[in-house]
Design a protein around this ligand. Structure first.
Ligand code: ATP
Ligand code: MN
Length: 536
């Protein structure tokens, strides 16, 4: 950098096959925001926050996520509907088309890294077609120092061309958009979609193979924070279950909101340098930390303005409205984003059937069972007018990002949990008083109160009661939470309907677990719904 803080390094892209691209290297977020506005690709809120639209795609497209099948991946990856193979020769052809498409264009290039623990650091070069996607990379990855930049050598490259459309018949994709990981060439190739989440989840997926296979480190789809006694807590959960919301806690320092590693040195470290929060129905009262993080530098995605003010209740573009911001937009953060072994692990689930208790304590068998199951419920989009929620199981609370077999991660987690002697809690942030349509979502203040109590060790002196369907241990009381809320059956007016729903949900668990039965020992099988016979 020169004295004005402008990076003077020139980057040649011809080694990637991109010729004559006009490279805008390491631009400041301010500059990128200005260019985005000038190009008509975004607007500013009254407070000067950039708002962009990601285009046709407002979420990830898991069916269009491929992994190149090569020497590195062939025998490592758990191939199937989640990890879909792509041939190396098809990749090369498509890669050449994308780089030709990007040639002679105005491009935005950023060097950044993933993994806050220096021992695990992965250097990333991101090449973007659009300025706002490059600003997203600034927000979400870790930001190298000037010194780092001078000797920067990229380990992985992300090539992001939202305007490029594949021809499925020729290119071997499913449709015109794709996100392809090539572990041999260390490239994430993203085209046909402007959804920024593909960029961060591309690198997450790469780390989910690299770290366990080469670094003996467990990658986790979880948020993390740390209390005054250096007591780390981590929160696993699928999309929408509350990782970002519940980890933003003014009493505790945020480590990160979505992706972490658990190293053999007994450290929890964030992969990222920023947060990516949902903003649907965001309010200052319920989520003050996230609300105040939306200041210049943040990027709002797919939100709608009413008279120049953001209307967070408007889901006309998508329910998945988002904001990205550098982690230091949150006031209370851990620096660097590394913590000690966790004392508490929370599995978050948004059970739309209203069956699972809002908080229960898991024994080691139950912990492994629920981790492998990765349950949450999907509530049908209101636009389709469907009232029936669907159970959704995603192993390790993040199957779409896990290239290896789920048991690989589960075994590592079990061993680490035992060694760290950690408390494991199942938290239902979903429905109470009945299923979706009859009951209501658990109040955020109650969920927060239950987590506070668990973190403070309050339940060590409180009696528990075993619930009947899943054998879950429910505390009989919790400060600042009405006791009747703790036991779901109490909150339903129709008890028979509860029992029926509970049986239905238990059946779904059992059915889902069939494919894992042969990998599970008796302790893990006993961690599932009670009164079920397993073949093995
Ligand atoms: P993703 O993996 O997609 O980032 P996430 O796990 O981080 O998802 P959040 O962004 O925290 O999920 O979303 C949880 C949503 O549910 C928020 O919009 C939050 O306001 C809402 N919510 C409502 N009630 C609760 C509750 N009791 N606990 C947690 N979140 C709740
Ligand atoms: Mn999140």
């Amino acid at each position: 950098m020169d004295s004005k803080g402008i990076v003077s390094k020139t980057i040649a892209l011809s080694k990637y096959g991109i010729e004559n691209g006009n490279v805008n290297y390491q631009l400041s977020p301010k500059k990128l925001q200005k260019i985005t506005i000038e190009k008509g690709q975004g607007e500013e809120t009254k407070n000067g926050v950039l708002a962009i639209k990601t285009g046709k795609f407002t979420g990830r497209s898991p069916k269009d996520r491929f992994i190149v099948e090569d020497e590195v991946t062939k025998d490592q990856v758990w191939w199937g509907d989640i990890n879909i193979p792509f041939s190396a020769s098809k990749f090369d052809k498509l890669y050449n088309k994308v780089t030709k498409y990007l040639s002679a264009k105005e491009l935005y290039v950023r060097d950044a890294y993933a993994c806050a623990d220096p021992q695990y650091r992965l250097n990333i070069r991101v090449i973007n077609e659009y300025p706002w996607s490059n600003m997203f990379a600034y927000n979400m990855f870790l930001r190298p120092s000037e010194e780092d930049l001078e000797k920067f050598e990229e380990d992985w490259v992300v090539i992001n061309a939202p305007g490029f459309k594949a021809n499925p018949e020729v290119d071997g994709t499913r449709q015109e958009n794709f996100a392809i990981l090539n572990f041999n060439k260390k490239i994430a190739l993203i085209g046909g979609t402007g959804y920024t989440g593909e960029i961060k989840k591309g690198i997450f997926s790469a780390l989910n193979l690299i770290l366990p296979v080469y670094k003996n480190t467990l990658p986790m789809h979880c948020s993390a924070n740390v209390g005054e006694q250096e007591d780390t807590a981590i929160f696993f959960g699928l999309s929408g279950t509350g990782k970002t919301t519940l980890s933003a806690d003014p009493k505790r320092k945020l480590i990160g909101d979505d992706e972490h590693g658990w190293s053999p040195e007994d450290k929890i470290f964030n992969f990222e340098g920023g947060c990516y929060a949902k903003v649907i129905n965001l309010s200052k009262e319920n989520e003050p930390d996230i609300f105040q993080a939306i200041k210049p530098g943040a990027i709002l995605e797919n939100i709608v303005f009413k008279d120049g003010e953001v209307d967070y209740s408007d889901t006309s573009i998508t329910q998945n409205t988002r904001v990205s911001y550098p982690i230091d937009h949150i006031q209370n953060i851990q620096k660097p984003s590394v913590g000690e072994n966790p004392k508490n692990i929370f599995f978050l689930t948004a059970d739309a059937f209203g069956v699972l208790p809002p908080l229960s304590k898991l024994n080691p068998g139950q912990a492994a069972y629920h981790f492998i199951s990765g349950y949450t419920a999907k509530v049908a989009g209101t636009e389709e007018g469907i009232n029936e929620p669907k159970p959704s199981f995603s192993a390790c609370f993040g199957a779409p990002f896990m290239p290896l077999h789920p048991t690989k991660y589960a075994e590592m987690l079990s061993a680490k949990m035992k060694k760290a002697n950690v408390n494991v809690w199942l938290v239902n942030t979903g429905w109470t008083g009945g299923p979706y349509g009859i009951g209501e979502r658990m109040k955020l203040k109650y969920t927060r109160a239950m987590i506070d109590a668990a973190l403070a060790g309050v339940f060590e002196n409180i009696n528990f009661e075993k619930e009947e369907s899943f054998g879950l241990e429910i505390p009989k009381e919790c400060p600042n939470v009405p006791s009747e809320v703790l036991k779901p059956r109490n909150t339903w007016s129709d008890k028979e309907a509860y029992d029926e729903k509970a049986e239905h949900l238990a059946n779904s668990f059992v059915k889902n677990f069939e494919k894992f039965e042969k990998y599970a020992n008796p302790e893990i099988l006993a961690g599932g719904p009670v009164n079920y016979e397993y073949n093995s």
